[in-house]
Design a protein around this ligand. Structure first.
Ligand SMILES: Cc1cc2nc3c(=O)[nH]c(=O)nc-3n(C[C@H](O)[C@H](O)[C@H](O)COP(=O)(O)OP(=O)(O)OC[C@H]3O[C@@H](n4cnc5c(N)ncnc54)[C@H](O)[C@@H]3O)c2cc1C
Length: 495
């Protein structure tokens, strides 16, 4: 039986290329977690004018959460200052253009925009940014499993006899592309209609208390099937995995032509001089009258004061920042213990897209905790880029290696996937979100022990409001970050 991967007709990859897309694949369209275009527009609209004094606000961080909050507050008549430690806006929406030739680019962070993410799409439309499909719409895909290689025609799975795969008889019958359907139908039905703002679904204890891999084991899945379906997220809770899958299982995934960082850049341009770059927040202090933030800028200690602060700093970074008086016990626990999964990526620029001559589109699926993409699909030119997207333990491993060792390790792997690579290599680079001092992780991964930390995560503490993907119903997505920023702007405007 072959799985009808109807959720994304433009995507040739049944499973695995996009780790969660086909898992729980029916959860996408028509399921909960949908925001209508009208709701998205309403969220972005400035507050109606009042004569009441508008608060002065400090926004900590110019990622998309901070930018969305600051824009809404500014448009609603507030005086806003954004303090950003890096010298650029966008945080985890970051496009790499170096060291690539011919204006080619690849994403270090956010890659794909789901067609169901109305808020992200409304924001993209607001700045008139053109979209391209994320996945190629033709070409074959390579599978590398147990040291053996197979080529699967567009939209089909590989011939298992060509690979070293130890599947159960049932799994062999359905192939790679049928595994998600085999193991997730029941779960899919049970979560289908959950509303977005119900996250983290306090009544879904069963799904929270077990990891995704435990669940698969209980279903009788083989080690190879678990490896394939989890893609390294072995400690992720079943609920988190299922919840995230809703955003992958959609009719279309897109990317912004010219690079996804064009979105935060456009937002930052609209804010202009309200953003202070190179301003690293080191202390946040609040009193009955206001908030005072100490930050380091140009080697100098500086201070800024306001009526309120919106903090979008990832908790992995915030836990190293002094906050006075101390946060409430539940919030402090969340700040100290929230888990952001590590992600590392390795990029290799090639002289040509030589794989295309063999009918391949450059994407591949391997028996390791990673996805392999070709970001130059839909980019003009003849040179290509191949890149890996490494998760969890494997990402941690790579992050501990030197760039040269990561690149050599990746070239070895990419060469097995697309033989002939070595002769084509022109440039290479690496990226690790774990090693980024202002991120220290990629995105929230809710393991079974994390749900208690999520319960009150979005609640303000006095004059400090909390935004960022981790505080939203779409953790790990641009839409989550935007939504959280707009939510906190509303909180501030309501007083
Ligand atoms: C590898 C990866 C893949 C992803 N894939 C997708 C995807 O395909 N689709 C999608 O929609 N989303 C994706 N995301 C998620 C998306 O990128 C994030 O949800 C979103 O960018 C988070 O925005 P944020 O504003 O919450 O946080 P950030 O972007 O982290 O913003 C926080 C800001 O605070 C700043 N900061 C930190 N410390 C300080 C300090 N001490 N002082 C001042 N400023 C500070 C940081 O520099 C940063 O600019 C991905 C993310 C990653 C990392």
């Amino acid at each position: 039986m072959r799985y009808d991967h109807v959720m994304n007709k433009r995507c040739p990859f049944p499973v695995g290329m996009d780790r969660r897309r086909f898992i729980l694949s029916g959860l996408g369209a028509g399921a909960g977690l949908l925001l209508s275009r009208a709701q998205a527009q309403a969220l972005m609209s400035p507050a109606a004018g009042t004569t009441a004094r508008k608060p002065k606000v400090l926004v900590l961080g110019a990622g998309v959460a901070g930018l969305a909050a600051a824009l809404k507050l500014q448009e609603s008549g507030c005086e806003v200052t954004v303090l950003e430690a890096r010298t650029r806006p966008g945080g985890r929406v970051h496009t790499l253009r170096e060291p690539f030739a011919d204006d080619l680019y690849a994403e270090a962070g956010a890659g794909r925009i789901p067609s169901t993410h109305a808020l992200t799409l409304a924001c993209v439309a607001r700045y008139q940014l053109p979209l391209d499909p994320f996945f190629p719409d033709s070409g074959s895909q390579v599978y590398l499993w147990g040291g053996k290689r197979a080529v699967a025609a567009y939209g089909q799975g590989p011939d298992l006899n060509e690979l070293n795969v130890d599947f159960t008889p049932r799994e062999r019958q359905v192939g790679f592309e049928g595994l998600s359907k085999l193991y997730f139908d029941e779960l899919r039905e049970s979560l289908r209609s959950r509303p977005a703002d119900g996250w983290p679904f306090p009544d879904s204890k069963l799904y929270k208390d077990q990891t995704f891999s435990e669940y698969l084991r209980r279903q009788g899945a083989s080690a190879d099937a678990i490896n394939y379906l989890t893609q390294g997220f072995v400690d992720d809770s079943l609920l988190d995995f299922a919840h995230d899958a809703m955003s992958h299982a959609v009719p279309m995934l897109s990317k912004i032509r010219g690079g996804n960082d064009r979105l935060p850049q456009a937002m930052a341009s609209a804010l202009g001089a309200q953003i202070r770059y190179g301003a690293e927040v080191q202390r946040i202090e609040q009193s009955a009258d206001g908030v005072r933030v100490s930050y380091r800028s140009g080697g100098q200690q500086q201070q800024a004061s306001a009526d309120r602060a919106i903090c979008t700093i990832p908790f992995t970074v915030l836990r190293h920042i002094e906050i006075a008086p101390a946060l409430s016990a539940p919030k402090a626990r969340s700040v100290q213990n929230l888990y952001l999964g590590p992600v590392a990526r390795v990029y290799v620029q090639t002289h040509s897209r030589y794989w295309e001559k063999q009918g391949l589109n450059g994407f591949a699926s391997v028996d390791q905790a990673m996805e392999l993409w070709s970001p130059t699909v839909h980019q003009p030119g003849t040179r290509g880029i191949l890149m890996s997207y490494l998760y969890e333990g494997l990402a941690r491993e790579y992050s501990a290696q030197s760039p040269a060792d990561q690149i050599e390790r990746s070239i070895q792997l990419f060469d097995q996937v697309h033989p002939g690579l070595r002769a084509e290599v022109e440039a290479a680079t690496t990226w690790s979100w774990l090693n980024e001092p202002y991120s220290r992780g990629a995105f929230l991964v809710a393991r079974p022990d994390q749900f208690e930390l999520l319960r009150d995560i979005a609640l303000p503490e006095g004059r400090i409001h909390f935004a960022g993907e981790h505080t939203s119903p779409w953790p790990g997505w641009i839409q989550g970050a935007l939504h959280s920023g707009l939510r906190t702007a509303d909180e501030v405007l309501r007083g």
